[in-house]
Design a protein around this ligand. Structure first.
Ligand code: FES
Ligand SMILES: [Fe+2]
Length: 333
């Protein structure tokens, strides 16, 4: 059993997740990155997230290249991160720009900086290869807070892998069993958009409500769940009778081998009529929480497997896994 982590510090015995896809992952929420460097763990790598003088977020290895002090003990001085141990200073590129305890900065001294991007309320980092191979998420539905929509942010911890979290939406046969979505569900694939995105629609002509609300003739209406997934994040849109009910951004932080945090946003358009009303927003939010808890309960004790018996109904997850596999391992050099 691993020792309990020191409060506020990541544990030291983190094993990197296996078969992680190269991609953009959430390092930290933007609002948590301020003037003090903040420790975080992405893919078993301990990092600090901090801001340079002009506010740009930096994701840097946690331990100082000089004598290994934890850099979150340092502080940002004149836009550089100053280590607490001997006051060496590193700029946003990781270059050591001052080493006051020595006569001159040893040549080539750098702290490792990971590619990063800030947007949609998060600091993201590219993991798996030196240079990003596809863009970070585009989720225009979030926009600035506006009366035109209601929205909420979510975060759930799970011991599932990032891949299992992302493939869930493509797992057609689990919807009636785990989420009680009755109806004749069909899966159709979008034409390939690019190498890093796969898209599919899950549709049913009529989605039934659970009892005792199931008296409405014809059920709720025609449901379409449109999924567009990269190997590391995805955007989902739920439509009822061709009207968007909710847009969701699902991202992950693959912390360690059996620790993943699911992050994201749900945006519900405030349209006229019942669909855009506050009760529907809260009902949606409740079913999202409830449905995610139902998935997490399965993940918690599931074996980490590629599936030993697969049927044609498993086509959704199998195809996602095939797509995902192309992005695991080392990328181009
Ligand atoms: S350990 Fe960071 S400056 Fe020495
Ligand atoms: Fe699910």
């Amino acid at each position: 059993m691993s020792p309990a982590p020191v409060r506020g510090r990541p544990p030291r015995d983190l094993e990197a997740p296996r078969d992680l896809a190269r991609g953009w992952y959430v390092a930290e929420r933007s609002t948590r990155v301020g003037r003090r460097p903040r420790p975080a763990v992405v893919a078993g790598t301990e990092v600090v997230v901090w801001r340079t003088g002009d506010g740009a977020a930096v994701v840097m290895d946690r331990f100082c290249p000089h004598q290994g002090a934890a850099l979150e003990l340092g502080r940002v001085v004149d836009g550089d991160l100053r280590c607490a141990f001997h006051h060496w200073r590193f700029d946003g590129e990781g270059t050591c720009v001052a080493a006051p305890s020595t006569r001159r900065v040893p040549r080539g001294t750098t702290a490792r900086v990971h590619p990063s991007w800030e947007g949609l309320g998060y600091v993201w980092t590219w993991w798996g290869s030196a240079v990003p191979e596809y863009p970070p998420p585009d989720f225009p539905h979030l926009g600035p807070a506006s009366p035109a929509h209601r929205r909420y942010r979510f975060a759930f911890d799970t011991n599932a892998t990032a891949r299992r979290v992302l493939e869930n939406g493509f797992d057609l046969p689990h919807f009636p069993v785990v989420h009680g979505i009755a109806g004749d569900l069909r899966l159709t694939w979008d034409a390939e958009e690019n190498k890093h995105t796969m898209g599919a629609r899950i549709t049913t002509d009529s989605i039934a409500l659970p009892a005792p609300l199931d008296r409405r003739p014809g059920g709720l209406g025609r449901l379409c769940l449109h999924l567009r997934s990269t190997p590391s994040y995805q955007v989902l849109t739920f439509e009822l009778d061709d009207r968007p009910v909710a847009h969701e951004l699902l991202a992950v932080t693959p912390v360690a081998r059996d620790r993943t945090t699911m992050h994201g946003w749900t945006v519900v358009p405030r349209s006229g009529g019942l669909l855009g009303s506050a009760p529907v927003f809260w009902a949606y939010r409740l079913q999202h929480w409830w449905g995610t808890r139902a998935d997490l309960r399965i993940y918690r004790d599931a074996e980490d497997t590629d599936g030993s018996i697969n049927t044609p109904d498993d086509e959704g997850v199998l195809r996602f896994r095939q797509f995902h596999r192309h992005w695991t391992g080392r990328g181009p050099r």
